[in-house]
Design a protein around this ligand. Sequence first.
Ligand SMILES: N[C@@H]1[C@@H](O)[C@H](O)[C@@H](COP(=O)(O)O)O[C@@H]1O
Length: 241
Amino acid sequence: MKIHVLNSKELVNKTVSEHLIKFVREHKTGVLGLATGSTPIGIYEALVKDHKENNTDYSQIRTINLDEYVNLDQNHPESYYSFMHRNLFNHINVKPQNIHLPNGNEKDLEMACQSYNDVLKNNQPDIQILGIGANGHIGFNEPGTSFDSSVHIIELQEQTRLDNARFFDSMDDVPKKAITMGIKNIMDAKRIILIAFGENKSEAVYQMVKGKVTENLPASILQKHNNVEIYLDESAASKLF
Ligand SMILES: N[C@@H]1[C@@H](O)[C@H](O)[C@@H](COP(=O)(O)O)O[C@@H]1O
């Protein structure tokens, strides 16, 4: 793991977005694994700004997202489909057919998992962007998820629902389940960039980097990946040193 502690969120956003832009320019047909949550928003803003100013070309780039809520209409403002279109896809020249998100509204959710696994076979991320939950989850792989997991349906933990409640009118509106890439799918990415900001991520970051590799802290598996960069602001890194 290469750990980078930078002295502001803005500097993290600038550095990570520069890596992504360089990748897109050098790999016209590359696959970007993308994440949601508040953490990557500044990075997406920087990609949009660069696309407007420098015409960085996404016309053959493929994207694949980590996860999606189950039973939340695609057009709901907090679906990850809406989030990604609002924050990134609507503002760059990625082709709709090259955008991949799991479908949490499929009647047969097992089928939805199977078909997203198939999509992943042909669209293995060259770079996977990750955030981290306060309980150490990556994607929506909650503590206890098998390291062998592929795409699956997960029941969200109360803590995760509480953390995400700020985006919904009430706690009752926060979805209870999600469809997510499994740990195995995430580990298949060629390169992983995980970003964390703020004090409330510091314990999860500490356990991910210094703790033992355990399914109780899903992000700890990243210790076993051979190309992981972790970008932290000082508060997220505060327990490390
Ligand atoms: N499924 C997403 C994760 O991919 C994300 O990393 C996490 C942290 O979110 P935030 O960046 O808002 O702290 O939230 C959600 O649970």
